[in-house]
Design a protein around this ligand. Structure first.
Ligand code: S3P
Length: 431
């Protein structure tokens, strides 16, 4: 079912039931890209249902990769082409997806043709200098609009680099490791803080050799990949909305089967447990290097917390929903060192502050974060998603404990990562 552009969310008593999350967005993008440049077929089960991952598949098709969707769209079968793709005849449309543009730029930079990469209004405002600079140092020729999309990338013979990333970004790290496959020599990428490692894990799953030493990863050029048969674990960043919804009510009880448990993504679980949510993990297993488990959660108290430094980087996609529930916590939530939130699909610091204030909350907005006092009561309001999927979903959660109804405009943007979000929320919310 398609989400209407306006959604009304009513207050809840608690959250109960079971939610099977669609496949993780970060892993789905990487599997689709690597499947295209691998040799032989790849079968991806539980591929993300989000529009962003469909953008990646669309771009792969434009680059000559054939693939088919099976079984209600959640299984993707890809025929790998090996490292050489074919020149696209139209621009590669990345839609709203920064991951598609940044990571795929590392692959097209290694091709002997020119690709143009475009995106929607939000993506056209996002910084691309972070991939342009290192890919240019490797030998690609890239034209942009003052560091923003559209990008015109003329690839060719790349040379390896030893690169210290100025910003902690998993997308940039994956971009450069993918480009490293096409480069002569050994590429080394060092990150200022540990970011999600799905690029490294996926490259290994597809047969590449790479080594990590401290915060640096090395990959040798010229390696050939082979196709895999994989199932994408449930998306932990999408699960965050249900976990935070459950955390709002002492009577909540929720099961989340086959969820991604990768340690570079699971910091949210520690934070929510410290805040008072009871979480038990069972059936923990590994699939193609990714940890998967089943969560049983029980709502308890809701203490406050401070997120800063490495935590802010590790929780970058979950901060909007944590901030949205902050007024309901006992001590409030302070977020520091999260300037990156200003250049996501929207300026997420400003979006959270605006919506919380409309609900009657007191909020201190800072350049690199927010300080939100606890113990506040909010009321329903008319809010905007700012065309940002995570803002739409975060405020649907905040609305569950407000007094009165909340209207969210632009709620359809949830489809960027989770088309069935509002329907699924209604299934587990008890009133
Ligand atoms: C992602 C990394 C994060 C995150 C984004 C997905 C990824 O961005 O915000 O939603 O799949 O690598 P950074 O590149 O800023 O780490």
């Amino acid at each position: 079912m398609k989400t209407p552009s306006h959604v009304i969310v009513r207050p809840a008593r608690n959250v109960r039931g079971s939610v099977a999350l669609p496949g993780d967005k970060s892993i789905s993008h990487r599997y689709a890209m690597l499947a295209g440049i691998a040799e032989g077929p790849t079968r991806i089960e539980n591929y993300s249902t989000g529009a962003d991952c469909a953008s990646t598949l669309g771009c792969m098709r434009s680059l000559g990769v054939t693939w088919e969707r099976k079984d209600a769209g959640n299984i993707i079968e890809v025929q790998g082409r090996g490292l050489s793709l074919s020149a696209p005849t139209t621009p590669l449309d990345c839609g709203n997806s920064g991951s598609t543009m940044r990571m795929l730029s590392g692959i097209v930079a290694g091709q002997k043709f020119t690709s143009e990469m475009t995106g929607d209004a939000s993506l056209s405002r996002r910084p691309m200098e972070r991939v342009i600079q290192p890919l240019s140092a490797m030998g690609a020729h890239i034209a942009s609009q003052a560091g923003k999309p559209p990008l015109r990338i003329t690839g060719g013979a790349l040379k390896a680099i030893d690169y210290k990333m100025p910003v902690a970004s998993a997308q940039v790290k994956s971009c450069l490791l993918f480009a490293g496959l096409f480069a002569e020599g050994e590429t080394r990428v060092e990150e200022p803080l540990r970011t999600r490692d799905h690029g490294e894990v996926a490259l290994r799953a597809f047969g590449a050799r790479l080594d990590r030493a401290g915060n640096a990863v090395h990959i040798g050029g010229g390696q050939r990949l082979r196709g895999i048969d994989a199932r994408v674990p449930g998306d932990l960043s999408s699960a965050a909305f249900f976990l935070c919804a459950a955390a709002l009510f002492p009577g909540s009880q929720l099961a989340l089967p086959s969820l991604l448990m990768n340690p570079t993504r699971a910091r949210l679980l520690d934070v929510l447990m410290q805040m008072g949510l009871r979480i038990a993990v069972t059936q923990l297993e590994e699939a193609h290097g990714e940890m998967v488990g089943t969560l049983q959660v029980v709502g308890g108290g809701l203490k406050g917390t401070t997120l800063a430094g490495a935590d802010s980087a590790a929780l970058i996609d979950e901060i909007p929903v944590l901030a949205a529930i902050a007024p309901y916590t006992e001590q409030g939530i302070e977020v520091r060192d999260a300037r990156e939130l200003r250049v996501k699909e929207s300026d997420r610091i400003a979006a959270v502050a605006t919506n919380l204030r409309l609900m009657g909350a007191e909020v201190e907005e800072r350049e690199d974060g927010l300080k939100i006092p606890g113990g506040q009561s909010l009321h329903g309001a008319e809010l905007d998603s700012f065309d940002d999927h995570r803002i739409a979903m975060a405020f649907a959660v905040a609305a569950l404990r407000a007094e009165g109804e909340t209207l969210i405009r632009g709620a359809e943007s949830a489809a960027i990562s989770y088309p069935a979000f509002f329907e699924t929320l209604e299934e587990v919310v008890k009133r």
